[in-house]
Design a protein around this ligand. Structure first.
Ligand code: PA5
Length: 425
């Protein structure tokens, strides 16, 4: 479970001042009466999810595990980051699971795409293509390449049974292709946007393929939903966190830096940056979400955080119990002077680095919030995802912003399509 320690600028009086607003907005989320209300399906999805589809997802995932060596997950943005960050957080960066997962469709990089395509030559792989619109250019280009290679290697009929698609229930180019080709298809519900979709097939299919316990992930989300929507602000960590963000924004702290002490959690920060950045960054408002992985980045950005322009505050996700640990060995010569740590766990050292840094940054005037997680398992991660999604809706509504659209991302696409010579641009 999760515990929140707010930074020292926050106090009971400040929280009290927000009580009425929080109550009103919580009701707006529950009633689906705020801006973008046709995209609030995620709020109840942990209890309203499609039970039959999840059974099919788990069965198909087992088939993938039993019959393929690699699953290529092809998607971008909200159709990619949730699965990627959950997978890394849960299975680590050097997973020895029998099914290798490769992400594609999230870049135009010729180096990356060509390298992955070369790697896949002659290998036994399946594809999970994920796109709600079915027309996202990065994903479509990668899928075209993957489909061509697969069909060349195993023939059209076998390829058809190795392609799993997640898309809109009714519309879009990918849906039409699925209907024509007869691919196994899962639904990204029309009332859930990409960055709020990790509990739908967008996340659950690739995660189930990777051996993740998706029931426990959903259970964590269910628990978070029930805690958050039913508790008043004084007992509600999620809304306290949202209030703190609003207060920081209005008190000259325009940058929130997400901090983790585990490299395998750095993609969680990427997911958070998308969630908050794409949901709130509109009408020239909102916090800028940034991230760092400590202690690695203490040897780079650490200098700026301690002594640079005082524009940021930190939100640190601290995991109390690591899954794996290792002891520091004795060395007869002790030339590195490390024998004072002999027999100590690395988790102990990491924890002291956290405590020492927290004190240094707070003493240096950086407001630091800490979210303590018991451990990094499916249940806790499900809780954490829902916690942040609900906090994001709350804090966007506090800024009077629709959290569920992204009008700004169309601008670069128009220019790019014009330059690429796409018809109509
Ligand atoms: O969160 C979002 O809505 C976006 O990041 C989308 O998920 C992303 O642009 C991919 O869109 P699509 O699923 O239509 O390919």
């Amino acid at each position: 479970m999760l515990d929140l320690r707010l930074n020292k600028m926050m106090n009971e009086d400040i929280l009290k001042g927000y009580e009425k607003d929080v109550e009103r907005i919580n009701k707006m989320i529950d009633d689906r009466s705020g801006a973008g209300n046709d995209y609030l399906g995620w709020a109840d999805w942990p209890v309203n999810y499609d039970k039959e589809e999840l059974v099919r997802i788990k069965k198909d995932a087992q088939y993938v595990r039993d019959n393929f060596d690699i699953l290529v997950v092809c998607g971008i943005g909200g159709s990619y980051l949730g699965a990627r960050c959950a997978l890394e957080a849960l299975n680590g960066l050097k997973s020895d699971d029998k099914l290798e997962i490769i992400f594609m469709g999230q870049t135009f990089s010729p180096n990356y795409v060509a390298q992955v395509m070369n790697y896949l030559k002659g290998k036994n792989f399946a594809i999970n293509v994920i796109s709600k619109s079915g027309t996202t250019t990065e994903t479509s280009i990668s899928f075209r390449l993957l489909k061509e290679l697969l069909e060349k290697q195993v023939g059209k009929e076998k390829a058809r049974r190795a392609i799993y698609a997640t898309t809109d229930k009714e519309k879009g180019a990918l849906k039409t292709l699925c209907n024509n080709e007869g691919y196994a298809t899962y639904v990204l519900p029309s009332d859930i946007g990409g960055r709020y979709s990790v509990f739908t097939a967008v996340g659950t299919f690739p995660l189930a393929c990777a051996g993740v316990d998706v029931d426990a992930l959903l259970k964590g989300a269910q628990e978070a939903r029930s805690d958050i929507r039913n508790k008043s602000l004084k007992d509600n960590d999620c809304y306290k966190y949202a209030v703190m963000r609003d207060y920081m924004y209005r008190h000259n702290k325009p940058v929130e830096m997400y901090v983790t002490y585990e490299p395998q959690m750095s993609q969680i920060s990427e997911w958070l940056k998308q969630l908050f950045g794409e949901s709130e960054g509109k009408e020239h408002k909102a916090l800028f979400p940034a991230s760092a992985t400590f202690s690695t980045d203490l040897h780079s950005l650490g200098q700026y955080i301690q002594d640079g322009t005082p524009l940021l505050f930190e939100t640190i996700i601290n995991v109390k119990e690591p899954k794996l640990d290792i002891k520091i060995p004795h060395d007869n010569d002790d030339l590195d002077g490390l024998n004072y740590l002999e027999g100590k766990d690395l988790a102990f050292v990491n924890q002291k680095a956290f405590e020492g840094t927290l004190k240094a940054h707070e003493d240096g005037g950086v407001p630091c919030n800490v979210i303590y997680l018991d451990k990094l398992d499916e249940y806790n991660l499900g809780y954490l995802f829902y916690f942040f999604m609900r906090a994001c809706a709350m804090s966007a509504y506090m800024l009077d912003i629709n959290p569920f659209n992204q009008p700004g991302v169309e601008v670069y696409k128009k220019n790019m399509f014009h330059l690429l010579g796409k018809k109509g641009y």
